[in-house]
Write a protein that binds this ligand. Structure first.
Ligand SMILES: *Cc1c(COP(=O)(O)O)cnc(C)c1O
Ligand code: SF4
Length: 372
């Protein structure tokens, strides 16, 4: 193997070992028979760009084992994705105005977000960054990485670099190593965060070489995107154990999804199992207002109720922060007991961290009515 603690100037050419990935209806139908709402998604596109189908064989196995249908809702497209409501926008997180360099978002003073690739191992049907994800623009070029490095050198207020995408663990080892070494100690950066769904959907990617890369250099925190206890497979646990054995701290983030995990029992089970595996639940997100995702979105009132129930049932260690990304650029806000969330005319009025009021629809399908 390459020495992970050695920083090569040029880029390696190694690619991730070939894995079985399902990208068309015919291959999918060999494993599961499609429901009519799923079948209707295929071939009914109107030419608008949309999130492609992509499922790993590992995840498809979990889908088949999960009789609740929850995992299936996250991975298999449905015709409801074509319903776009007036509240939904292509860039619900309002990242574009903060894109200081290509694919580099500086929204909060002391941390930057770098979208290192637009590829994922599996495309989540609720993806909030779907205007970017799966477009095959490829991985961030070395010139762009050097530009981010220079930006960090001239912005000493930035202390943390968050790698996201797409999925950063889809990068080849050498590229990931280059990025971690190039950005992890630039300027005043002291730590990195790597957000990924790969440990869940493609656990074989978590190799000892990869764990070695993440454990050398700056402090890297692994954030695992996981939504349901049925996603905790033996393969997932081995991957997490491997990372834990190299001393890599792990957090999780979960998206609240209708018909998937909108139930305090399911979430309590997930969070307690994560704690047992050495992963601290960090965020539970209200679904973002991304186009074509209303069938997976939970009413905010229900989200608040679920979080209250959870807060009274599980330990502080197992309880994540419940957060919502406010539309129209309000940013991320944690909904706790101290948050002012006032219900007015079918909309919640919530204050952003800088005190401005933003509106969030109370019901997922609300704008259907307002469209008349
Ligand atoms: C969510 C997010 C972060 C990280 O926020 P934390 O509250 O530190 O987890 C950083 N930058 C952007 C643009 C984000 O959306
Ligand atoms: S892993 Fe993240 S970026 Fe990729 S499809 Fe899922 S939600 Fe979107």
């Amino acid at each position: 193997m390459v020495n992970p603690c050695y920083l090569p100037e040029g880029m390696g050419t190694s690619v991730i070992p070939p894995v079985q990935i399902i990208e068309n209806a015919d291959t999918l139908k060999k494993s599961i028979s499609l429901l009519s709402e799923e079948e209707a998604w295929f071939g009914s596109g109107n030419g608008m760009p949309e999130l492609p189908l992509r499922i790993t064989s590992h995840y498809l196995k979990l889908v088949r084992e999960d009789s609740s249908g929850a995992l299936r809702r996250m991975a298999v497209p449905r015709v409801e994705e074509r319903t776009v409501l007036v509240y939904e926008t292509p860039d619900p997180l309002h990242e574009e105005p903060y894109e200081v360099l290509p694919r580099c978002i500086h929204r909060y003073p002391d941390r930057i977000l770098v979208l290192v690739t637009d590829v994922c191992a599996l495309y989540c049907r609720y993806c909030f960054r779907r205007h970017f994800t799966g477009e095959n623009r490829g991985i961030l070029g070395n010139e762009d990485i050097r530009a981010v490095h220079d930006y960090l050198e001239s912005h000493p207020e930035v202390r943390e670099v968050i790698l996201s995408g797409g999925d950063p663990l889809m990068l080849p080892d050498e590229k990931l190593m280059f990025i971690i070494h190039k950005l992890g100690r630039a300027g005043k950066v002291a730590s990195m965060r790597l957000s990924s769904r790969v440990p869940v959907v493609l656990p074989s990617r978590i190799t000892s070489d990869l764990a070695e890369i993440l454990s050398c250099g700056p402090m890297v925190w692994q954030v695992i995107h996981i939504n349901h206890p049925a996603e905790i497979s033996p393969e997932f646990l081995s991957a997490v154990n491997l990372l834990a054995s190299r001393g890599i701290p792990m957090l999780s983030q979960t998206v609240l999804l209708r018909g998937v995990n909108d139930d305090p029992e399911i979430l309590a089970d997930l969070f307690c199992k994560l704690i047992a595996a050495g992963v601290k639940p960090y965020y539970l997100f209200q679904g973002d207002l991304a186009p074509g995702t209303s069938h997976l979105r939970v009413a905010l009132s229900r989200g608040i109720e679920i979080f209250r129930t959870l807060s009274s049932r599980i330990s502080g260690l197992a309880l994540p922060n419940f957060a919502v990304d406010l539309p129209e650029g309000g940013g991320k806000v944690r909904l706790g007991a101290d948050t002012i969330a006032e219900l007015k005319d079918g909309e919640y009025h919530i204050r952003s961290v800088d005190g401005k009021l933003f509106r969030y629809p109370a019901e997922p399908e609300q704008s259907l009515q307002s469209e008349g």
